[in-house]
Design a protein around this ligand. Structure first.
Ligand SMILES: Nc1ncnc2c1ncn2[C@@H]1O[C@H](COP(=O)(O)OP(=O)(O)OP(=O)(O)O)[C@@H](O)[C@H]1O
Length: 247
């Protein structure tokens, strides 16, 4: 494995279409705490291209989830700019964030967060229902295509509890792909899986990235050398290393 330093984000004020899909510029995030403010992130600059699987690593409390939440527009930066797929996320009004997120970003979580009373296919159709980007008659066929793509088509009409952890995470990944977002964000997606299953899920993220998505994954996974194209290491809310990994 060799590593090379990654280039920093460009400094133009308005991204062009050939710009990285994700640009984080001078981002800081402080949380109000009793007696003051806690600086969770400070002066973070990152850019991520389409076709790249980026792993964000760092010790507990280094700011990884905070960064992911800012990219998803789940939380707001205290300072700086966040551009995702041409949108200035830091400027999107609160009332429009959920609709923006539904189209631009697919989210994957450690504990899958599938709705237990819906079938797997119905879970995958939910973002399509929410955003209305897919015609109603196309939703189930598309859900079945996505489940086929992640390798669990035969489980479409089961409820999540009937699936293994790895299969549930694949269902969650299919749901994240429902509106064909340019960006996938995953927070500890393998944290609840055994190592062999984790490897197959990481391989799926790698395939999706190399198929054209920008994929950012927060992980504690120690051996990422076979999967991630890029490792961004956070410590105390700052990027301390940003390297391209060639295997
Ligand atoms: N809502 C909040 N209010 C106050 N402090 C917070 C809040 N959320 C996070 N923090 C603090 O900000 C820092 C970064 O938290 P964050 O969850 O981003 O870290 P992390 O690297 O994802 O950690 P882990 O690997 O344990 O999930 C931590 O010190 C945390 O205690």
């Amino acid at each position: 494995m060799t590593v090379t330093r990654h280039r920093t984000s460009r400094s133009s004020t308005s991204p062009r279409t050939d710009e990285p899909v994700i640009q984080v510029r001078g981002v800081a995030k402080t949380y109000p705490v009793p007696g003051g403010e806690f600086p969770a992130l400070g002066g973070v600059d990152i850019s991520v291209d389409a076709g790249e699987l980026t792993a964000v690593v760092g010790r507990s409390g280094s700011g990884k989830t905070t960064l992911l939440n800012l990219l998803a527009g789940i939380d707001r930066p205290t300072a700086g700019e966040i551009w995702v797929a041409g949108t200035a996320v830091h400027e999107v009004p609160e009332t429009k964030l959920a609709a923006w997120r539904g189209r631009a970003v697919g989210l994957v979580f450690q504990f899958f967060q599938l709705l237990p009373t819906l079938t797997v296919a119905e879970n995958v159709m939910l973002p399509m229902d929410f955003c209305g980007t897919v015609a109603a008659r196309r939703r189930r066929p598309l859900a079945l295509e996505l489940l086929d793509r992640v390798g669990i088509a035969e489980h479409a009409d089961k409820v999540p509890a009937e699936l293994s952890g790895g299969q549930q995470q694949r269902a969650a990944i299919a749901r994240a792909l429902a509106n064909d977002p340019p960006v996938l964000l995953a927070d500890e997606p393998t944290g609840n899986l055994d190592s062999a299953t984790a490897g197959s899920v990481l391989e799926l993220f790698r395939e999706l990235a190399h198929g054209g998505k920008a994929v950012v994954m927060v992980t504690h996974e120690r051996d990422l050398s076979g999967y991630a194209d890029r490792l961004v290491t956070l410590a105390d809310g700052r990027v301390v290393e940003d390297v391209v990994v060639s295997t």
